[in-house]
Design a protein around this ligand. Structure first.
Ligand code: ATP
Ligand code: MG
Ligand code: MG
Ligand code: MG
Length: 577
């Protein structure tokens, strides 16, 4: 293919855009790959779209190679499936919610676990159908608090998301490994320098989880790795050492009220009335602003649940009974959640609490003035009168300072060094969180139902354009790896004579015939302008057709190394193939 710059929809910029903080953003805008259309929303211009499509093609090939099958969901989704898993609420402000003309609630998909689980439930019924891996490459929407760095953190972005469905844990392990290996092939082919680190499971729930981080100082993630072993982890995932077991002096223990193990509406009402919350509940009541803790069967840990918080539906007794039964429930607090933005936070990760000079592990679902503190003996203390900012961080995450360079590696081998990276991929063993929510079962050989276990795996396809640019550029411009470059060869016609233009066209035609894609600078501009644009655009090989043509030679320049070679015109195709 030949793309002529004389007609290409491209305007390069000499100046850096004012809002660009990182090199990739600066260069992608200057080189005419993307333009900002909205906060966190970018228009892909012809060259940018090619890079995006090239990345997609690599991702698609490697996903197909592990037997994953591509499907495509809408981005505009009804609320109900996300309500069933509580993510309509849990996702918080990051979810784009909207209403249709009839007033029905919709969302723009931030990730599609619910839809994939429901689709598999709809199509498959026998154990013989499994395992299956499905994926899509699709636009996702997240109302990020801080969209930044161009396509690196958009509010509308392209993600490859895949989901595996297996009959048992061993199957899930296999699907997870298949993805891990496919991701390694993908990121290798894309020319990235990256690390695989242990990760928290974030809002998804679940157990085994790893992130792929492209090494970059400008990245938003901090990771640590051991100087001696293969240990590497996102700092968010590093488990802080168990705290000393000590009562927190001066912080009174709150009263905890327990319900019977299997609450009914009647026992719930009794229980609420006995809790002394200052009002009388009836079976017809709607619960608002109530914090309860729940321990479901086979669950070791208590879960904190906020019931009827603003933005959530109000929960009536019947619903509460249905959602809790047969869990063990304890009511903790009734408080005004609307007046206190810190009251309930999402499911983030382990937090740390500093109280009286002692560090405690805290349930991240912290409420203002109230926290669950897990002591070294694994018993829970419910403490009150905490102050946000002084005693715990508002979002409950451990700050980077919690693990420092030079700390001993948790596996006992070597010390930790820290660095920054960009999250380009994330793989999760979800387990049965979503298949439980939708009762996704396969009929086993003995006609008994088998609950399916699930994995979910993401790659930030549009983010990769930025991440690759972040690693592949110099002071003059972008320097694309061949696998993603918008063209293989950039021919600069340097001269005014018809003969040089004809020479450029001839070489372009010959290369194109041999399957090499060419960006041909046939504009009537000065060589200086053309050379500067060639460096900025970043195609891996630059061919200069100029004065030498009369002597039968052209110049071939490697964009990455700067190495120049004079090549006879007749040899140029052989030289480049
Ligand atoms: P981050 O920590 O950067 O916010 P995430 O952990 O929220 O990412 P996941 O839910 O794991 O993201 O989504 C899978 C992949 O989608 C991520 O690994 C990342 O590459 C990409 N991604 C997530 N959010 C964005 C965004 N706002 N813009 C571009 N890509 C994104
Ligand atoms: Mg995120
Ligand atoms: Mg993340
Ligand atoms: Mg992630």
């Amino acid at each position: 293919m030949i793309t002529r710059m004389s007609s290409l929809f491209l305007r390069t910029l000499r100046e850096d855009p004012a809002d660009a903080e990182v090199p990739s953003h600066r260069l992608l805008v200057r080189a005419g790959y993307v333009r900002r259309a909205a906060p966190g929303g970018y228009t892909w211009l012809p060259l940018g779209l090619r890079v995006l499509r090239n990345i997609e093609a690599v991702v698609r090939e490697e996903m197909d190679a592990i037997g994953a099958q591509e499907i495509q969901f809408p981005a505009l989704l009804p609320k109900e499936p996300y309500e069933a898993t509580n993510r309509w609420t849990e996702y918080g402000d990051s979810l784009f919610r909207l209403k249709d003309r009839k007033g029905a609630d919709y969302l723009l998909g931030p990730t599609h676990e619910e839809l994939f689980a429901l689709t598999v439930k709809g199509e498959y019924s026998s154990y013989k159908d499994y395992p299956v891996i499905l994926y899509q490459i699709q636009t996702k929407y997240r109302d990020e608090a801080r969209p930044r760095a161009g396509v690196l953190r958009g509010r509308e972005f392209v993600m490859k998301d895949s989901y595996s469905f297996d009959l048992d844990d061993a199957g899930l392990d296999r699907s997870y490994q298949l993805h891990r290996e496919a991701y390694i092939r993908i990121f290798d082919r894309l020319g990235l320098d990256y690390v695989v680190v242990a990760a928290t499971s974030g809002a998804m729930g679940g157990s085994a989880s790893e992130e792929f981080l492209a090494v970059a100082e400008t990245g938003e993630d901090t990771y640590v790795r051991s100087t001696e072993s293969g240990y590497a982890a996102n700092v968010e995932a590093v488990v802080t050492p168990p705290p000393p077991e000590r009562p927190i002096e001066g912080l009174p223990e709150a009263q905890v009220h327990h319900t019977p193990n299997t609450p009914t509406i009647e026992t719930l009402v009794d229980f609420l009335n006995q809790a002394g919350l200052g009002r009388t509940f009836t079976a017809a009541d709607t619960l608002k602003n109530v914090l309860v803790k729940v321990r479901r069967p086979q669950q070791k840990e208590w879960e904190l649940l906020a019931v009827g918080v603003p933005g959530d539906r109000e929960v009536d007794m019947k619903r509460l009974e249905a959602s809790l039964e047969p869990a063990e429930v304890a009511l903790l607090e009734e408080a005004d959640f609307a007046a206190n933005p810190f009251l309930v936070k999402g499911y983030i990760g382990p937090g740390a609490l500093q109280a009286n000079g002692v560090r405690y592990l805290v349930d991240p679902r912290i409420v203002k003035g109230t926290a669950w503190v897990t002591g070294a003996d694994k018993t829970d203390h419910h403490v009150v009168d905490l102050v946000c900012g002084r005693d715990f961080t508002p979002d409950g995450t451990i700050e980077a300072a919690e693990v420092r360079e030079g700390d001993a590696s948790p596996d006992g081998k070597g010390t930790l060094v820290s660095a920054r990276g960009i999250e380009i991929g994330h793989i999760f063993q979800l387990g049965r969180k979503y298949t439980d929510a939708f009762e996704v079962d396969a009929l086993g050989p003995d006609s008994k139902p088998i609950r399916i276990t699930m994995g979910s795996y993401g790659i930030g396809v549009s983010r990769l354009v930025g991440a690759i640019a972040e690693q592949h550029h110099d002071e003059l411009g972008l320097v694309w790896p061949r696998s993603v470059a918008p063209a293989d060869v950039h021919i600069v016609v340097a001269g005014k004579d018809d003969t040089v233009f004809e020479g450029g066209e001839r070489i372009a035609a010959e290369l194109s015939r041999r399957g090499i894609s060419v960006l041909l600078d046939d504009r009537k501009a000065t060589p200086g302008v053309k050379f500067a644009d060639a460096e900025l655009v970043g195609v891996p090989t630059i061919v200069v057709v100029g004065r030498g043509l009369a002597k039968g030679v052209i110049e071939v320049k490697d964009r990455a190394t700067g190495e120049r070679t004079e090549v006879a015109v007749d040899d140029v195709v052989g030289h480049l193939i």
